[in-house]
Design a protein around this ligand. Structure first.
Ligand code: ADP
Length: 241
């Protein structure tokens, strides 16, 4: 498993303001799988993704990313692990406006002090179809082109996992489809592992596996791994204990 979470809870606030955003989630992601996470607003999708990606810490439970238990790592170690092992795609693209498309794609590598693998970067640029836009700044690109730059940026370091948070939330349906197909290709052709939060059932169809969160619990997992029983769910058969 590339990423696994075990018995993860996340509580915000104290006293009357306490919110249990995650109430005990266990889930694991094998390499080369494209997973979509859905669920109503407030069900804990962002919280789960942030915890899986080491951007937030669980109140209880364990998270292992590519063999490293991240609970207990200090901030510097966590930052380095994110830089070395993870790629991120956001709804709002998050490109740096002063940099060209190519510079944006290479930025995470340069921050990490790593030399770009030229052949790989060329492959990515060809795959995302940006060969003739490399010297353009984000403001000179359409939303779809900007998100394709962001996809190439996320893949450039060959991360263990790419986390995508509503990656098509700001795109029209045709452009969304292009970006989703691009993510799909990165899984099929490069063996990329992707975890994507989306509220759009159409977008979720591109994934291999669908997780549904409900009120801080895993209510559904199309991979068939026994989910945590959700509140109100039918009682499961006694496991023969
Ligand atoms: P989703 O992404 O499914 O909309 P979130 O993970 O953002 O859900 O939120 C889950 C719950 O946790 C919600 O009730 C939300 O209000 C609460 N929550 C999220 N972030 C915070 C925070 N920083 N402080 C307090 N409550 C929060």
């Amino acid at each position: 498993m590339i990423v696994s979470a075990t018995d993860v809870t996340r509580r915000y606030g104290t006293g009357e303001a306490t919110v249990d955003a995650l109430r005990g989630v266990s889930v694991a992601f094998p390499p080369g799988q494209f997973t979509a996470i859905m669920g109503p607003s407030g069900s804990g999708k962002s919280t789960l993704m942030h915890i899986l990606a080491g951007l937030d810490r669980p109140t209880e439970g364990s998270v292992v990313i590519d063999g490293t238990e991240i609970v207990g790592l200090d901030d510097a170690a966590l930052t380095q692990l994110r830089r070395d092992k993870l790629g991120f795609i956001f709804q709002s693209f998050n490109l740096l406006p002063v940099l060209t498309a190519e510079e944006n794609i290479l930025l995470p590598l340069s921050i990490a002090g790593r030399k770009p693998d030229k052949a790989w970067v060329d492959t990515l640029i060809a795959t995302v179809g940006l060969g003739d836009r490399l010297t353009h700044r984000p403001a000179e690109l359409s939303g779809g082109q900007q998100q394709r730059v962001a996809v190439a940026r996320a893949l450039a370091s060959r991360p263990a996992v790419v986390f995508a948070d509503e990656p098509t939330g700001n795109l029209d349906s045709k452009t969304s489809d292009e970006v989703l197909q691009l993510l799909r290709r990165s899984v099929d052709e490069f063996g990329q592992t992707i975890v994507m939060v989306t509220h759009d059932p159409e977008s979720a169809k591109i994934a291999d596996r669908l997780l549904v969160l409900s009120d801080g619990l895993l209510a559904e997992d199309s991979a068939g791994v026994a989910p945590t029983p959700a509140a109100g769910a039918a009682p499961t058969a006694d496991a023969g204990a």
